[in-house]
Design a binder for this molecule. Structure first.
Ligand SMILES: [Zn+2]
Length: 191
């Protein structure tokens, strides 16, 4: 069975790429505002808006899936650093939250693993399109998020194929090691 089929189902449905995009024509913008959340279908979007800019990024898919692992208070002011780049072959742009600061303290940084608190390495990985099913002998989703959220060397591009074939994402060595440990404790029943 192809290993690619084992990767995360949750990203398959996300309507735009949420992971770290580092490409040509990328711009970085700071927006200082109180966040807002909007539920649309299965997704909760984080709305980041000031008098000039307006961004909406996928925040979670309740009750189990969180795309942006940072708690935000809608009554509090944060500074969001957003990366924006054109989506190849479309008129759309993809927006990624790079950092979140509260009172000048960084509370989220996409380069830092939220589990291991280590700086991650970038790697170019393939984008897979279509509905990606999780193998039954892969870790439960909760374990994946709690123990090794940055180990997968593949990105889901959603159900509608785009010209983009690869993407640069952040990977955590400690997540990979934690997954290997989990794998040893839960031997695969498949060949
Ligand atoms: Zn990690």
């Amino acid at each position: 069975m192809l290993r690619v089929l084992h990767i995360l189902l949750w990203v398959a449905a996300i309507p735009f790429s949420f992971s770290a995009c580092q490409g040509k024509n990328k711009t970085t913008i700071n927006v200082t505002c109180a966040p807002r959340f909007e539920q649309r279908g299965d997704f909760v979007y984080l709305v980041i808006r000031d008098s000039i800019h307006s961004y909406e990024v996928g925040y979670s898919m309740p009750p189990r899936v969180v795309f942006l692992p940072v708690s935000l208070d809608t009554n509090r002011i944060y500074t969001f650093t957003i990366s924006e780049k054109p989506l190849k072959g479309t008129k759309f742009k993809s927006s990624t939250v790079l950092r979140v600061q509260a009172d000048e303290k960084v509370i989220y940084d996409e380069e830092i693993c939220e589990v291991h608190h280590t700086r991650m390495q970038q790697k170019k990985v393939p984008i897979l399109y279509g509905l990606l099913m999780r193998s039954p002998d892969e870790p439960p989703w909760e374990d994946e998020q709690k123990l090794f959220p940055h180990r997968n060397e593949v990105v889901s591009g959603g159900c509608c194929p785009l010209p983009e074939k690869t993407e640069i994402i952040y990977l955590c060595n400690q997540c990979k090691m934690a997954y290997e440990q989990w794998r040893k404790q839960h031997p695969s029943t498949r060949k």
